[in-house]
Design a binder for this molecule. Structure first.
Ligand code: NAP
Length: 260
C-alpha cells in the first residue's frame, strides 16, 4: 500500500532505538525524508546509517541531543524546521512511590512527556496548517488507558498531554493536520528488556522467566514487534488518514480488557 507521503519531511524524536527507530524506518520505507534524534550520538549514527543503506533515495539527518531540553529541541528544529510529520517520543519517567517524588521529579516528568511534545507541536503546527498537510503522532503509553500504579509520573504526564491534544486535534483537522497518539503495551525493545532485567535482579527470578511470564499474560502470548508499531505510525501519517484525529490507539495485543 502506497501511503502517498513520498518526499514529505518527518521529525522523529528519540529514534535511535526501539519504537521511535521503528517509526523512522517505516516512514523512510514510504519515501519520507527523516530527521532522527537521540542523546547518544553513536547509537544514533548507527541507526541513521542503517536507514541510509536501506533507503538510499531518502535523506536521513541525525541530530544528537536531549529533546526534553530547549537546546535539544532547537537543534532538532534547525535540522528540520518545517516537518510535514512530527513523531513525539522520549524516554519514560522512572517507576516509584509517589510519596518519594519531589516537585522537581514531577517537573522533569512533565517536561519530558507532556511539555516537550506540546512545545514541538507549537513550533510546527502552524506551518503544517499553512501547507494544508500535517501528521502528528505522539508515542504515549497503554498506561494512559490503564494506569500502572508504580508509573505515576508517566500516568500523570502522559494523560496531561492526551487531554491537551484532545482539544487541539479538533481544531487542526479542518486544515488536514491530524494529531493522534499511539499507546504501546509491551513491545520488545531495550527499555522493556532493561526494566525486566531490573526486576530479575531485585527478585532473584531469572530474566527469561520474567519475560516469558509477561508474554504469557498478554492475550497475544507475545510482545509486540517494534516494526508493527512503526507501520501503525506510518499509516496514521498517510495522505489518506486525514479523517483520523484526536484518537488514542492501543497497540497492546488485546491486554486492555475493556469493550471500548
Ligand atoms: P527504548 O528502546 O529505550 O528507546 C528509547 C529511544 O529514545 C532511544 O533511541 C533513546 O536514545 C531515545 N531517547 C530517550 N530519551 C531521550 C531524550 N531525552 N532525548 C532524545 N532521545 C531520547 O524505548 P522504547 O521502548 O522505544 O520506548 C519509547 C517510549 O515508549 C518511552 O517513552 C516508553 O516509556 C514508552 N513505552 C514503551 C513501552 C514498551 O514496551 N517498549 C510500553 C509503554 C510505553 P538515547 O538514550 O541515546 O537518548
Amino acid at each position: 500500500m502506497d501511503l502517498g507521503i513520498k518526499g514529505r519531511r518527518a521529525l522523529v524524536c528519540a529514534s535511535s532505538k526501539g519504537l521511535g527507530r521503528a517509526c523512522a524506518a517505516a516512514l523512510a520505507a514510504e519515501g519520507v525524508h527523516v530527521t532522527m534524534t537521540a542523546r547518544g550520538a553513536e547509537a544514533l549514527a548507527q541507526a541513521a546509517a542503517a536507514l541510509r543503506l536501506a533507503y538510499p533515495d531518502v535523506e536521513i539527518l541525525e541530530v544528537a541531543g536531549d529533546i526534553t531540553t530547549p537546546e535539544g529541541r532547537e537543534a532538532a528544529l534547525k535540522a528540520c524546521p518545517e516537518p510535514d510529520i512530527l513523531v513525539n517520543n522520549a524516554g519514560g519517567p522512572p517507576p516509584g512511590d509517589f510519596r518519594n517524588w519531589s516537585r522537581a521529579d514531577w517537573i522533569k516528568a512533565l517536561d519530558a512527556n507532556m511539555l516537550t511534545p506540546i512545545e514541538l507541536i507549537k513550533a510546527t503546527v502552524d506551518t503544517m496548517i499553512a501547507r494544508k498537510f500535517g501528521r502528528i503522532v505522539n508515542i504515549t503509553s497503554a498506561a494512559v488507558k490503564a494506569p500502572i500504579d508504580v508509573l505515576g509520573l508517566s500516568n500523570g504526564a502522559r494523560t496531561g498531554l492526551t487531554g491537551f491534544v484532545a482539544g487541539l486535534s479538533r481544531k487542526t483537522v479542518r486544515h488536514n493536520v491530524t494529531i493522534n497518539a499511539l499507546l504501546p503495551g509491551p513491545f520488545d525493545t531495550d527499555r522493556l528488556r532493561g526494566v525486566s532485567a531490573g526486576q530479575a535482579k531485585a527478585s532473584g527470578v531469572p530474566v527469561e522467566q520474567i519475560l516469558q511470564t509477561r508474554m504469557n499474560e498478554n492475550p497475544a502470548g507475545r510482545f509486540g514487534d517494534p516494526e508493527e508499531f512503526g507501520l501503525a505510525c506510518a499509516f496514521l501519517c498517510g495522505a489518506r488518514s486525514g479523517y483520523i484525529t484526536g484518537q488514542n490507539i492501543l497497540l497492546d495485543g488485546g491486554a486492555f480488557p475493556g469493550t471500548l
